[in-house]
Design a binder for this molecule. Sequence first.
Ligand code: 13P
Length: 249
Amino acid sequence: MKSLLFAANWKMHLGPADARAYCTTFLAHSAPMPGREVWFFPPAASLEAVSGALKGRADLRVGAQDIHWEAKGAYTGAVSAGIVSQAGARATLVGHSERRKIFGETDADTARKVRAALAGGLTPMLCVGEELKEREAGNTLAVVTRQLAGALDGLSAGDIERVVLAYEPVWAIGTGRNATPQDAGAVHRQIRTWLAGHGAPHPRVLYGGSVNLGNIAALLAEAEIDGVLVGGASLEPDGWAQLVRTGAP
Ligand code: 13P
């Protein structure tokens, strides 16, 4: 049985009070399951509420949606690895497509953020994925490889082994249109090949983009997929708990 990671990216939803209520309902609907971990990426302002509410469950982990690469300083609006760690984070997303597209984050920025996360003791979850026009032009693998190299080139094999990967095709995010398990599997294979070539032969590679109760079983059945990174379908605690249970014996 492969071990699975279910990651909830709440994006800009659920402030501290709503997040506490969410966790109460989630815990009532969820028991630890062998080989399954659940990670929550709330907004920065809700990190402490969520880490407090989920304390005591070793299968649950809290992470930030983004960090700045500097440890501290005059960066209005930003949070560092140290700050989110104090609030209970043990991981951080890096390079989510919304950060790249809306906030202009570059591959060079993702490289600095991965390093800052590792230096701060956080597990980076690096997000990669192509836009629709790039897929249609046959450039998916070139784009994903460029994003991997941009973020990870120059790191030691040991550091690369600490990074979790999330393949999120941009055209599948929030659109209701998910990649087929086979399509995702093909990209995941390419990601694994690249990582193995850089000394990390056993990476965790998640799929994200319109994952829901209707498609989760088929996605998890694909050998290449080690878990999922979920936006919309993670926002209702009972539905999310049900999704996490899917396919469990
Ligand atoms: P959706 O699940 O809403 O498509 O969002 C995916 C995502 O961006 C997770 O990071």
